[in-house]
Write a protein that binds this ligand. Structure first.
Ligand code: SF4
Length: 163
């Protein structure tokens, strides 16, 4: 029988830098719902759930809470009262200084998958950079918080919607 007798080099699958998992526990500080201008993309199903939760029609929802960016719907933002940038349209600031999501139970997937977004997982530097404003990530880097195994991170990462 003829054949290639040269052994193929072993193919080693590229290992994610977070193969040992990452620690993160949200402190619900609200930082990720405020800051520089950004976009929160959502699906039709998520729009329906948010509209139902707010007891408005989809048209009313789009008029009051969303805007279109290059053909995709994103949640609106409003100026942060402290002048630090923008707040998500659904971020509520209480008199006691707390910051609460008004639609937390039906928030879009993009909000649920933070901080395991592809852009944050590109490298340890990207993770550290994203963590600058996220106490849950900072604590995780210091070894405190829930440990997410790599398999779970991949699942969450791949759920993150892209515009
Ligand atoms: S910035 Fe981090 S710790 Fe704060 S609410 Fe967002 S995810 Fe939670």
């Amino acid at each position: 029988m003829q054949g290639n007798t040269t052994p193929s080099p072993a193919v080693t699958p590229k290992q994610d830098w977070y193969a040992q998992g990452l620690r993160f526990t949200c402190t619900q500080c609200g930082n990720c719902c405020t800051g520089p201008e950004g976009y929160v993309w959502y699906t039709d199903e998520e729009e329906l759930a948010m509209a139902e939760r707010l007891k408005v029609s989809r048209e009313q929802f789009r008029t009051r809470y969303a805007h279109q960016v290059e053909g995709h719907w994103s949640l609106m933002e409003k100026f942060s009262p402290d002048g630090s940038g923008y707040d998500c349209v659904f971020l509520q600031r209480t008199e006691e200084g707390r910051r609460i999501c008004q639609i937390y139970d039906v928030r879009p997937t993009q909000c649920r998958t933070w901080p395991f977004w592809p852009e944050n997982l590109k490298s340890p530097a990207a993770w550290r950079s994203a963590g600058r404003r996220c106490p849950g990530m900072i604590a995780g880097m210091e070894g405190v918080g829930k440990l997410y195994p790599v398999e779970q991170i991949r699942i969450i990462r791949d759920q993150t919607p892209l515009p």
